[in-house]
Design a protein around this ligand. Structure first.
Ligand code: ADP
Ligand code: ADP
Ligand code: ZN
Length: 211
């Protein structure tokens, strides 16, 4: 968990390599559907363009389908889901059905000023989806992905105006969800306002301690 730009995707990308597990990013799944202009993509786009959340029923549906896939048996990290208390309640039911328990709930905390800097400078590879930052994680060659040579682009919803909207949506709809987990022994709060390496090492250490 964490607000837009906290570093969820960046950390998830490294954690899946370290643990040999799958990354389930609802944002990535929606962006792929938008790119393909599937019925799901057309529906999701209406909300994403305005910085709003895609309705819970739609989001829970795609996560449920994804978690049932074979590769999730070796473990997974949910990135950007759940984002509402209702999604968390649905997730608990899905996990119960699949006989899966969570090992930890990581909340990455970053101040609004840093979040705006991070989101507005974020760059994504059109081909492989890798994430960079104009100042904090620049590519070797400007505008070109280090991993695959693909072209980089700025997400439509990373423009200043939409970022501000997303931060207010986060405060209203996602922040209350922290309380849902805070009192469980799963909850791990991470100071995300440090370099990527320090944040990563902290997450690995804290996950190691939580059973
Ligand atoms: P960020 O990583 O910057 O927080 P994401 O890629 O996770 O952004 O999400 C981008 C957009 O996709 C969100 O603004 C929202 O419209 C939609 N989205 C992603 N995950 C969810 C979710 N769990 N519930 C509802 N909408 C979601
Ligand atoms: P989220 O998935 O939470 O929206 P990302 O992982 O996409 O966030 O990170 C947002 C932007 O900030 C990206 O451009 C990323 O390269 C950059 N970033 C991520 N973590 C850090 C960090 N610890 N310090 C500086 N920049 C970071
Ligand atoms: Zn790439």
């Amino acid at each position: 968990m964490g607000p837009p730009g906290a570093g969820k995707g960046t950390q998830a990308e490294r954690l899946i390599e370290t643990y040999g597990i799958s990354q389930i990013s609802t944002g990535d799944m929606f962006r792929a559907a938008v790119k393909e202009q599937t019925p799901l993509g057309l529906e999701a786009q209406k909300y994403m363009d305005n910085g709003q959340l895609v309705p819970d029923a739609v989001t829970v549906g795609i996560v449920k389908e994804r978690l049932a896939k074979e590769d999730c048996k070796k473990g997974f990290i949910l990135d950007g889901f759940p984002r509402t208390t209702s999604q968390a309640v649905s997730l608990d039911a899905i996990l119960r059905d699949l006989h899966i328990t969570l090992n930890g709930v990581v909340n990455i905390v970053v101040s609004d000023d840093a979040l705006i800097e991070r989101t507005t400078g974020r760059q994504i590879c059109r081909t492989c989806g890798a994430t960079y930052h104009l100042s904090f994680k620049p590519t070797k060659k400007q505008g070109v992905c280090d991993k695959c040579g693909g072209e980089l682009y700025q997400r439509d919803d990373d423009k200043m105006e939409t970022v501000k909207k997303r931060l207010s949506v986060y405060a209203a709809q996602t922040k209350p969800l922290i309380d849902y987990y805070k009192n469980s022994n799963l909850y791990i709060e991470i100071n995300g306002e440090r370099d990527m390496e320090a944040v990563f090492n902290d997450i690995v250490e804290r996950l190691g301690k939580s059973k």
